[in-house]
Design a protein. Structure first.
Length: 286
């Protein structure tokens, strides 16, 4: 009986082979079909032990190209010409390729080309529409973890597209505010973008007044602000500080615009400056 028990628990050759393949797959990762920037498709192995950047570089090497600051590549879920989502983490990459084998398909795309597609999709859709919101959401997810891709989005006027939606919502919509704020964190590129926008009407007093109103007006006295997201003040503060510092004449024109407001915004600002308690409350919110 003992020998029979031992025999029943010894893995059969086929079982050992299957288990070994499973262990090997866990250690070495999985492969997926990757479409290169010129349309050529190849099977590429991905190693989960490597960083996402290293795995993208390895994928590039399969096509005889290099990813660097001069020509930067990303892995996307859609092909050339599509405003598609970007792989932003190792976990997302492994989830995409593991278990799917050669059926999993990714696209190796130039960051400049992908940024142009995504910003273009946002601009072509109506302000505030679902299509535009989807395009802005794809951009936000992509730039939060990728500084080089964020710079490409800035070069394609991604900040302008986000601010147009923010202005349309009186600076209460979280998504466009979050995207604009995230892009402005790339200070050098954002500053260069701003130099080309000095004559644009959307950077006028209305934008500054709306940003300040979100920051300083009591939400209990404003139904629109009360219905908006609590994250909006945080993003409004970042955008406001960047624009006031970098846009010539912004402070003076904003002061004049606020003083002409009929909604008591100027008085509210003066009151906040004189009240330490209110100032603390504002800092806690922002």
């Amino acid at each position: 009986h003992f020998s029979q028990h031992m025999s029943d628990n010894v893995p059969r050759p086929a079982a050992r082979a299957t288990r070994a393949r499973g262990i090997c797959k866990t250690v070495l990762g999985s492969s997926a079909r990757v479409c290169g920037p010129n349309g050529e498709e190849r099977a590429v192995a991905f190693n989960p032990r490597l960083s996402l950047t290293a795995q993208v570089q390895n994928a590039c090497s399969n096509f005889g190209i290099a990813s660097n600051e001069d020509e930067y590549f990303v892995l996307a879920l859609g092909g050339k010409g599509a405003a598609s989502a970007v792989v932003t983490s190792k976990a997302q990459l492994q989830e995409k390729v593991q278990g799917a084998g050669d059926e999993a398909r990714l696209h190796l795309r130039r960051a400049s080309e992908l940024a142009a597609c995504c910003v273009g999709a946002a601009k072509q859709a109506a302000v505030g529409s679902q299509a535009r919101q989807q395009a802005l959401r794809v951009l936000l997810e992509a730039v939060k973890t990728d500084a080089l891709l964020a710079e490409e989005v800035i070069l394609q006027d991604g900040i302008g597209a986000a601010l147009q939606d923010a202005i349309a919502s009186n600076c209460t919509a979280e998504l466009p505010l979050a995207l604009a704020c995230e892009l402005m964190r790339r200070y050098d590129k954002a500053s260069f973008w701003l130099e080309d926008q000095k004559d644009e009407d959307f950077l006028g007093p209305r934008l500054f007044v709306d940003l300040i109103r979100v920051l300083f007006v009591d939400e209990s006295e404003n139904d629109e602000l009360a219905a908006s997201t609590h994250a909006a003040p945080h993003f409004c503060l970042g955008i406001l500080l960047f624009l006031l510092q970098e846009l010539p004449g912004a402070a003076a024109s904003t002061h004049r615009a606020i003083s002409r407001e009929n909604g008591g915004l100027y008085s509210a600002l003066v009151s906040l400056m004189e009240s330490l308690d209110d100032a603390d409350e504002f800092q806690a919110r922002a």
